[in-house]
Design a protein around this ligand. Sequence first.
Ligand SMILES: NC(=O)c1ccc[n+]([C@@H]2O[C@H](COP(=O)([O-])OP(=O)(O)OC[C@H]3O[C@@H](n4cnc5c(N)ncnc54)[C@H](OP(=O)(O)O)[C@@H]3O)[C@@H](O)[C@H]2O)c1
Length: 299
Amino acid sequence: MRALQFSTYGGPEVLQWGEAPDPHAGSGQIRIAVRAASVNPIDWKTIGGALAGKPMEGTGYLGYDAAGVVDEVGEGVTGVSVGDEVFGRGRNTQAEYAVLDAWAAKVPSVDWAVAAAAGVAGETSERGLRLLHVKAGDTLFVDGGAGGVGAVAVQMALARGAKVVASASEANHDYLRELGASPVGYGEGVAERVRAAAGGPVDAVFDVAGKTPVEELISLVPEPSQVVTIANYTAGQAGARVTGGGADSRPMEALALTADLLAQNKLVIKVQTFPFDRAAEAYRISQSGHVRGKLVLVP
Ligand SMILES: NC(=O)c1ccc[n+]([C@@H]2O[C@H](COP(=O)([O-])OP(=O)(O)OC[C@H]3O[C@@H](n4cnc5c(N)ncnc54)[C@H](OP(=O)(O)O)[C@@H]3O)[C@@H](O)[C@H]2O)c1
């Protein structure tokens, strides 16, 4: 099969769409023939080498989510069969075939690229909102609401009946309004703008960008632990909670919820697609840090 790969650290120019060994479904896993796989910031962080912290060895592969048709079912897996259309989370998914560890059924009305975009963003959003106990009537601030995770978190919170204020650059304010959130600009003074837009107390903050000083986010909520961040790894020192998706992740449950919201049109993901052999263009856009919705690679 072919897979997106790199053999030296660097920018998007190191990416190659070339031959790679076939993966196979192990116990508790499925393999899919990939119809679409999304780009997440972790992908360009991986090729940059910062995550490894050691010299490059061998070939690296990329991708953490995808959608496709099941063609192998691993030992112990029930409820899914060869030929089923699914999406979910895995490793090395930016390839013709990929193994998923967690998945949900894709209904025919949901586009392949949209389903592929929903794996990491859906799981991360469910995790953040669950840790924050976001419920109907709460007011949530999503810092970075127009990006991959942010736009899904905004809609998932609205579907629960929460009121949502979200930050973005001016160019994305109409997009946030379209989703149903009250937009505010990020940067200096953001907390004041959030208070004004909320028109009352803020119950929870989901920081998906990691750019605002955590003390400013904490000033919005009754307790520091009501700030959960996925992108500011030093925020714990101030009492906020950092989640990286280990033991606090419930991927199958999260993807089932995501699939349900997609099927009901309560979750709409704006996608921009690129063929696999033009992945470098998508990586460059992701690296710019100003993505609206998601970037998705297709065969
Ligand atoms: N810990 C975890 O489990 C986990 C899981 C998934 C992702 N992540 C991390 O979370 C981050 C976001 O991921 P993503 O996929 O949502 O990225 P993305 O699609 O690239 O979105 C980034 C968003 O950040 C916004 N932004 C840029 N500067 C900002 C600022 N100063 N203040 C607030 N928002 C700002 C951008 O808005 P504008 O375009 O309007 O400027 C954009 O919408 C990445 O660092 C990623 O690695 C962590």
